[in-house]
Write a protein that binds this ligand. Sequence first.
Ligand code: SAH
Length: 204
Amino acid sequence: MVGRLADQGLTHPAVLQAFDRVERHRFVDSALAAQAYEDTSLPIGWGQTISKPSVVGRMLGLLCAGRSLPLGRVLEIGTGCGYQAALLSHLCREVYSMERLRALHERARENLRPLRIPNIHLIFGDGMPGFAQGGPYDGIIAAAGGEDIPPAWLEQLAPGARLVAPAELQPGRQSLVVVERTPHGLQRQVLEGVRFVPLKSGVA
Ligand code: SAH
């Protein structure tokens, strides 16, 4: 899988190394384990999906490009099965990962337990307001997209920090958005079209 990601243009050595270190099959149902190393999104239950590796790699590459690693604190919105949180644990000092569905939050905890990763903090809660207690963050990454980037996330970006998230800035068209807090203020780039599950408020 790592070789394929590199062939597809993922060049960041630390991101590739993180993919090499985290076994994706541990995060999906055993019936799907045979497909775990293909470049496909897979169902993780409760109507949610684990994103395809190339998309996860693209986002992590954007988060890390040109920055010294490890990053400090990173906030992930949408823990899902915990796979991306495990990747992030190799790229930053502390991962704060929020999930609004209790069943998935617990599933992620179970998936991660045998890996004994000390720097992941799983939080059950709505990620729309971010998680100010853990911030400010050097990076924020979301695996679910709303109509715009929630203002709280922007407020929780430290100087020099970067956010990578999908947002439906035009009706029916979700795009990858990168926002950086520069000395001249927030700079936003809108990149290619993507398809993530919806960002929802409240918990369930
Ligand atoms: N990074 C995950 C991808 C999970 S899919 C992985 O590696 O598996 C996106 C997740 O975002 C879903 O589990 C969904 O429940 C969650 N989500 C959607 N809106 C949310 C919100 N407001 N706060 C926290 N999690 C949210």
